[in-house]
Write a protein that binds this ligand. Structure first.
Ligand code: NI
Ligand code: MN
Length: 227
């Protein structure tokens, strides 16, 4: 089954998996690159990697309008319920669950996870999604860690990695991450949205091409890629 991945800028994605629309880290309203508004975007599921405002984004209003099921760690799910989100599915690091769109496992990420109001958002996570015949890894916000090679051992078709530096891996460490994960394809994210994370994704893609056997795809906000 094909998966259509559409980038909404920063770390926000829409995945079309069969008939299911899955949003990831739906930071739209305060994201100058978002090609859609929180008022119009569709969702059956919303996945949130960690509690920071540029990842939780518009999850509350989108979930309330669409009735989407929100999947995140236990602490963030509790916080969302307190904000008036009815439908949540808590998971945690290392744990996977078979949702209708695929088997979703939360992976470690080295970062913070405080929520917009200062509440504790537990530990940050990455997302490892396994469908019928594809495996997608969204690293979330993280620094480089050696056990990314364990994720790579599962056979990753597509990896989404931050390259912005300052808050996450920068281009050098993201290149090392590609070498550890060895995905078929990599998509760089979490750059240019803020002043301190300006990067040249095309230069990075050239390095990936020169130094690894992975294909690097640079998306424009609103552009889609079929996995
Ligand atoms: Ni963050
Ligand atoms: Mn972030």
């Amino acid at each position: 089954m094909k998966i259509v991945l559409t980038w909404y800028g920063h770390s926000a994605f829409r995945l079309d998996v069969g008939d299911d629309v899955v949003l990831i880290d739906p930071f739209l309203t305060d994201n100058a690159y978002a090609p859609v508004s929180a008022e119009e975007v569709g969702a059956d599921y919303i996945l949130i990697t960690h509690g920071h405002g540029d990842h939780v984004g518009d999850a509350v209003s989108i979930a309330q309008r669409t009735g989407a099921l929100v999947i995140s760690n236990f602490e963030i799910c509790n916080w969302l319920q307190a904000q008036g989100v009815d439908r949540v599915h808590p998971q945690h690091i290392g744990g996977g669950y078979s949702h209708p769109f695929g088997y979703l496992k939360l992976t470690i990420a080295h970062h913070g996870s405080s929520l917009p109001d200062g509440s504790c958002g537990g530990n940050p996570a990455g997302l490892l999604l396994t469908t019928d015949d594809k495996k997608l890894y969204f690293a979330g916000d993280t620094g480089l860690f050696y056990s990314m090679c364990l994720i790579g051992e599962e056979g990753v078709d597509l990896a989404v990695l931050p390259i912005g530096d300052n808050f996450t891996m920068g281009p050098d460490d993201a290149l090392r991450a590609v070498q550890l994960i060895e995905p078929q394809t990599v998509v760089p994210v979490h750059y240019d949205t803020f002043e301190v994370i300006q990067q040249d994704p095309y230069a990075w893609a050239e390095r990936v091409k020169a130094e690894t056997s992975t294909e690097a795809i640079v998306l424009h906000p609103g552009e889609s890629y079929t996995v």
